[in-house]
Design a protein around this ligand. Structure first.
Ligand code: ATP
Ligand code: MG
Length: 432
């Protein structure tokens, strides 16, 4: 699937690049062409003016032949071939051609085809390229010119055509080379762009399959227990208490799992917004303290709370509460009877620190890099209940609060989870 997407992305990149390349080249070509013709057109205009108005002055009465000679001696020469002037009568007969016999009869025939065109244009005649300007002869123009006729100023533009041709070849070559480079670059960029997408796709796939796997077990238990109950429709609730409580327990587990999955799925799609407020962490921990004292007593653990008063943090109270709960739940779960748990909360000069330490089973070094991954459970944890989503959610909560979550652990010695919220960051109130 990804190779096809990669190919499509590469093609798309190349097409976009090609369009840009062609557009820039086109603009460059047209601009150069415009500039080249601008100079030629200016020459044509100057010549036209000389032809139409020149003899008005001292020699307005000259016959055409004299004017022709005068023009021949005064007209500027541009390039290798001089500017050619042809005067056409109203009936499209050549009255005057300077230099004489520049064009053969067939050439003249070709040139005469667009005599009514009043803007400069190009024409290929006798194997050469010409720029032509036609000017209609009116009553105000030189007396020797035929009324209703046309003065045609023609300039050879072989040099310009050659230049434009060379530019076109260069542009086509550049576009071809650029296209090849664009395809290669497009492919390379597409592959690079796809790396994070592929990773997150694979992660998502794993997430879905792990989630289904985790849901399958409690669902199977519920199904089996329900079938057992149905076998004895005459039994009382008391008689089937263990089956019913197993269903209840698995239903709770599934409920928790689905809730965790939803939290992570929403976190992934940035749908979970924090509702920020000044949270008195000390007060929040005091609220949890009593409950965990009871839970620890039940499990034969000793728990101490070392809480500085009025440690305030700008954050989402519900999420911070969830974080503490996740850390304490782990400490409780992974510390065998007789162990100790310590909760510490203090405000240093630069941060608010919150730590949960235990003297439990600890985490193997090999497991440490993965404990924040979804569904990851250490070997030792497998004997206890859980899905491996707790720390993934905890890490997300710390990250969204721009904090840091670190872990120190020694197997059979214990674990310390330290959460660190830096002072001065967005999530710290200025006061307190
Ligand atoms: P749950 O989703 O119910 O929390 P869990 O506790 O297994 O399941 P996490 O809280 O994400 O999942 O923890 C991941 C793993 O990290 C655990 O399975 C365990 O191996 C290890 N771990 C986390 N906290 C501790 C701790 N305090 N002591 C020892 N191991 C721990
Ligand atoms: Mg846990």
């Amino acid at each position: 699937m990804f190779s096809r997407v990669g190919l499509r992305l590469a093609v798309l990149n190349a097409v976009v690049f090609a369009v840009i390349l062609v557009a820039i080249s086109g603009v460059l070509y047209l601009f150069t062409k415009e500039r080249l013709y601008e100079k030629v057109d200016h020459t044509l205009q100057v010549n036209a003016q000389m032809m139409l108005h020149g003899p008005k002055y001292p020699f307005a009465h000259w016959p055409l032949r004299q004017a022709q000679l005068h023009f021949a001696s005064t007209q500027p020469h541009f390039g290798q071939l001089p500017t050619v002037i042809i005067v056409w009568s109203a009936t499209h007969q050549v009255i005057f051609q300077q230099p004489a016999n520049t064009f053969s009869a067939s050439g003249l025939h070709a040139i005469a085809s667009a005599l009514s065109e009043r803007h400069p244009y190009n024409e290929s005649v006798q194997g050469h390229d010409f720029r032509i300007l036609n000017v209609g002869i009116s009553a105000q123009d030189a007396a020797f010119l035929p009324r209703g006729g046309t003065v045609q100023i023609i300039r050879n533009i072989d040099d310009q055509t050659r230049e434009l041709h060379a530019l076109l070849v260069l542009i086509l070559f550049s576009i071809s080379a650029g296209l090849l480079a664009a395809i290669a670059a497009g492919w390379f960029l597409a592959q690079r762009a796809l790396v994070p997408i592929r990773e997150s796709w694979e992660k998502q796939q794993r997430f879905v399959s792990d989630a289904s796997h985790e849901l399958r077990t409690p669902l199977a238990v519920v199904k089996a227990q329900a079938q057992l109950l149905l076998r004895h429709p005459d039994h009382t609730v008391r008689q089937e208490a263990s089956g019913i409580s197993a269903i209840d327990k698995e239903a709770r587990r599934m409920n928790q799992l689905v809730e965790d999955l939803l939290t992570l799925a929403r976190a992934d799609s940035n749908q979970l917004e924090l509702s920020l407020e000044a949270v008195d962490v000390s007060e929040m921990l005091a609220g949890i303290e009593d409950l965990f004292q009871v839970l620890c007593v039940q499990k034969g653990l000793h728990i101490t709370f070392d809480i500085e008063p009025h440690v305030v943090l700008l954050g989402d109270e519900k999420r911070l509460h969830q974080l503490v709960w996740i850390l304490l739940d782990n400490a409780l779960k992974y510390t065998p009877e007789g162990g100790r748990i310590n909760v510490l909360c203090r405000r240093t000069e630069t941060a608010v620190e919150l730590s949960v330490s235990d003297t439990g089973v600890g985490i193997a070094k090999a497991d440490l890099p993965y404990i924040f991954d979804r569904f990851y459970r250490g070997d030792k944890a497998r004997s206890t209940e859980g899905t491996g989503l707790g720390l993934a959610i905890g890490k997300w909560i710390v990250d969204t609060h721009h904090g840091k979550l670190t872990v120190q652990s020694e197997v059979n010695q214990g674990t310390t989870m330290l959460v660190y919220f830096q002072v001065g960051k967005r999530f710290m109130p200025d006061e307190h």
